[in-house]
Structures are given as C-alpha cells and as structure tokens.
Design a protein around this ligand. Structure first.
Ligand SMILES: Cc1cc2nc3c(=O)[nH]c(=O)nc-3n(C[C@H](O)[C@H](O)[C@H](O)COP(=O)(O)OP(=O)(O)OC[C@H]3O[C@@H](n4cnc5c(N)ncnc54)[C@H](O)[C@@H]3O)c2cc1C
Length: 422
C-alpha cells in the first residue's frame, strides 16, 4: 500500500503530512490527543514564536554542537521558506526584537488553525484519539504500526511524536520507546529550558518579582575545587529578563542558561548564579552614582533612597543582606557601607540545587541519536521505511523560535523523502 503514516500531529507531523500529500502520496496522521498541535497552541506564551530571521550560521549556533546536523536540512527548507509558507496560507506574521517571528495577531492557535486548514485542503486524513503503541517491522523494514490495539499498514512511517516535556500536550516520550524498539539509540533525555531551584529563602522572599535588565553570571565548578579563585570555575554571562519563583529562578535569561545548568548538576558539579542588578554600570560608575545620590538626598533615610535604585520588593532584602540601617540618613552612610551596597548590587549569589521536571520544561534535551538519521532525507539508518522529525531527535536550541523551525524543517524533509520512498 503506497501510504505514509505520520505518528504525531504536532509541528513536525503536520508539516510532514502536507508535504507527503503535495508529492501525491496518500497520508494518514495518527494523533493520540483529541486535537492536533496542542503544544503549538500554547507556545510562545500563547503567541507562538514560530521562527527567527537569523542567518543560517547564527541560527545553527543556537543548537550547540548538534546544530551541524541541521545545515543540510535548512538548505532545503529554512526560515524564509517557513515565513513564505504561512503568509501564502493567509497568516500574517510580524518580526519582533531579536528577530523573533510571531503571527501578527499574536494568537498561537491561529498557527494550528492555518496548518489544519492547509491539511484539509490537501485531503490529509487526520485521525485524533489514535495512540500508536508499536512499530510493525517485517524483514527488517517498517510496514506499519499498532494503533489503539489495531494494525495500520503503510509503506513508510514518519515518527514525529515530539519530546517528553509538557506531557499534557500529548508528547510524553512515546517516540523514544518506539525508536528504540527498531534499534535506535537514545541520547539521555533531560528537561531543557527549565526554571532552576535555588538554596535558601531569598528567591521565595522575592517571589513574583520580574526584573527586565539583569546580568547573570553562571559559575560551574567541580566539588573538589569549590568556587575558589585558584581553580577558576567555568563562567558564562547572560543578560535579560528574570523572574523570582517560590522555589528559585526563571525567566528568559535563566532558561537560556538552564541546559548548561542541568548538565552540570547531572555531572555532580557545583552551580552558582550571580545576579548583577546594574549591568550597565561598572563598579566605578556605580560608585559615582551612589555617591551622587547620597549627596543630593543626604537627609533622606536609606530605605527611601534605595527605592530610587531598585524595585520596592528588593529594598528590605537589600537592607537585610547588606546590614544597612533603614533609617540612617544617606549623608551618614560610611564608605565601607557604600562599598558593601555597591558589591551587593552587582553580586547577588544563588546556589543552584536543582531544576524543574519535564512538566515545566519547554523542550526535551537528548533524544534519538543523530548519527542514526540521514540529514539529507531524515531516514532512519536502523530501519528502512522509517523517517524521524522534530523534537524526538537529539536537537535542542535556545528560546527564540529555533525549536519550532527545526520541527517544521525536519518535518518538511521527512515528508518529501517518505513520499518518494513510496
Ligand atoms: C510552553 C511551551 C512554549 C514553547 N514555545 C515555543 C516557541 O515560542 N518557539 C519555539 O520555537 N518553540 C517553542 N516551544 C517548543 C516547541 O513547541 C517544540 O519544540 C515543538 O512543538 C516540537 O514539535 P514536534 O512536532 O516535534 O512535537 P510536538 O509539537 O510535541 O508534537 C508531537 C505530537 O505527537 C503526538 N504523539 C505523541 N506520542 C504519540 C503516539 N504514541 N501516538 C500518536 N501521537 C502521539 C502528541 O500528542 C503531539 O501532538 C515551546 C514549548 C512549550 C512546552
């Protein structure tokens, strides 16, 4: 039977199915949830950052070492192709800060609607409530699947089941088991782009506070070395928005650093985050600013002067951490006290003790080993007739629209190749 089966109706699966149909082959999408595209519908805080307009080299750099795999894939279908695709389907897009591309109306479900409408127009058969439990293999080749207990046959199968994060959207890690059953190796999966858990109650005291322009220094060291000066810890700096949670830290700047943090903690390394509330001012400039403020407002008590330097919620914490007295007039602050304040403003330390689980992870790091997938076709090197696309693969990127583009691009290529295989 010249039919392609697509397992999973997410970004990769829907794009793949449409491409199969455009190539003239029959296609059936088996989706375990009631509706396809549930993750797309909640992506980008409900706005769906569907790609990024970065050039190829920069785009690939956001995937780390494994980004090389995508060079070939993106040659066939890249960000400009995806933008053109959606605009041709009548979805207006807008490019925002950092090259992030969103639907102009800012409504993620519109992306799903657009994809569904496109598939309907191509007469793609989409079967909801269809959970695939098993791949059927004969003479070493895939010949179908077992879905809700029944066999469904096809000449080729595209595995587009997503990762293991946000399992309530349907992607609960089934794809790893299915891929493993036909000989694929799975690189250890772990939560990616996740909030982190910190020691002590400082984060809890500031819970709900949102800071826009924060510098964050990530320090990673081996336990034997500690954070001492002689064995310098590995450092990485980031800048952006941060959110204090009851249990730790979140927000874009933390998510960006989180994959490295997760790997370090899993390797039993020590992880510390140091916040810089005044990243635009070096120590000297900050000192000059404090001296000026203290001079011009010399009669005002410190608690009032500090309000000009930081959000209200931070003031009491700052007083406690620096030992400054709230009622001392600014003009009476001694040099040593000012230095203490200056140091604190640029160095608020948090020991990181853990990270959130898959339930709260934006992506899954790890997955089907890229060594076993042909980047020219997305064909499995372990099982002829099987193709893989999307987050089930060992591909992970920063926030910014990179992950969805990877899902759409690998889906596009898998669809074209699987149709040809028929
Ligand atoms: C809260 C959140 C926000 C995000 N925001 C963005 C963003 O703005 N930009 C960005 O680039 N990325 C974002 N991402 C990541 C992005 O959504 C994913 O990387 C992308 O959706 C992966 O696409 P996929 O098709 O591989 O998997 P999914 O979109 O997860 O789709 C997989 C589909 O397979 C189905 N399925 C699973 N197992 C089976 C089975 N056994 N049988 C049948 N069907 C099955 C699932 O139900 C699901 O519909 C976000 C993720 C989350 C969780």
């Amino acid at each position: 039977m010249n039919r392609v089966l697509v397992i999973g109706g997410g970004a990769a699966g829907m794009m793949a199915a449409g491409q199969v149909a455009l190539c003239g082959a029959e296609v059936v999408v088996l989706e375990k949830m009631k509706q396809p595209g549930r993750k797309i519908a909640i992506s980008g805080k409900g706005r769906c950052n569907l790609t990024n307009n970065a050039d190829l080299s920069e785009f690939i750099s956001h995937f780390g070492r494994n980004g090389r795999f995508l060079r070939q894939v993106f040659q066939d279908f890249f960000n400009n192709d995806l933008i053109r695709f959606f605009e041709e389907q009548g979805l207006d897009l807008v490019t925002e800060r950092g090259g992030r591309v969103f639907p102009a109306q800012g409504n993620a479900p519109d992306v799903v609607k657009t994809l569904r409408h496109w598939l309907e127009g191509l007469s793609v058969s989409l079967r909801p409530d269809s959970a695939v439990e098993k791949l059927l293999v004969r003479n070493g080749k895939v010949e179908g699947v077992v879905c809700n207990g029944n066999p469904v046959y096809g000449k080729s199968v595209i595995l587009a089941t997503g990762g293991a994060s946000y399992p309530a959207t349907g992607s609960s890690g089934d794809g790893y088991r299915l891929a493993e059953s036909v000989g694929h190796s799975i690189m250890p999966i772990r939560p990616g782009l996740v909030p982190v858990v910190t020691q002590g109650d400082l984060a809890q005291r500031l819970s709900g506070l949102h800071l826009r322009n924060v510098g964050v220094r990530l320090l990673i060291s081996d336990p034997a070395d500690g954070m001492n000066r002689r064995n310098r810890p590995k450092k990485r700096n980031a800048f952006g928005e941060l959110l204090f949670m009851k249990y730790g830290l979140s927000g874009p700047v933390i998510l960006t650093l989180s994959n490295e943090i997760v790997d370090a903690l899993r390797a039993d390394q020590q992880v510390q985050l140091v916040l810089d509330l005044k990243p635009a001012l070096d120590e000297q400039k900050l000192d000059a600013r404090l001296q000026r403020d203290f001079r011009t407002r010399h009669k005002e008590p410190m608690h009032s002067v500090l309000r000009g330097l930081m959000p209200e919620k931070l003031v009491q914490v700052c007083l406690d951490e620096t030992g400054l007295s709230p009622d001392t007039p600014a003009g009476e602050i001694r040099t040593a006290e000012r230095k203490r304040l200056r140091f604190w403003l640029k160095n608020i330390p948090f020991i990181v003790t853990g990270y959130c689980g898959f339930k709260e992870a934006i992506i899954t790091c790890g997955g089907v080993s890229l060594k076993e997938v042909d980047p020219r076709t997305m064909a499995s090197k372990c099982c002829p007739g099987l193709y893989l696309a999307g987050e089930v693969l060992d591909l992970q990127a920063d926030t910014g629209g990179y992950n969805l583009q990877a899902a759409f691009s690998t889906g596009w290529l898998a669809g074209r190749s699987a149709a040809e295989y028929c």
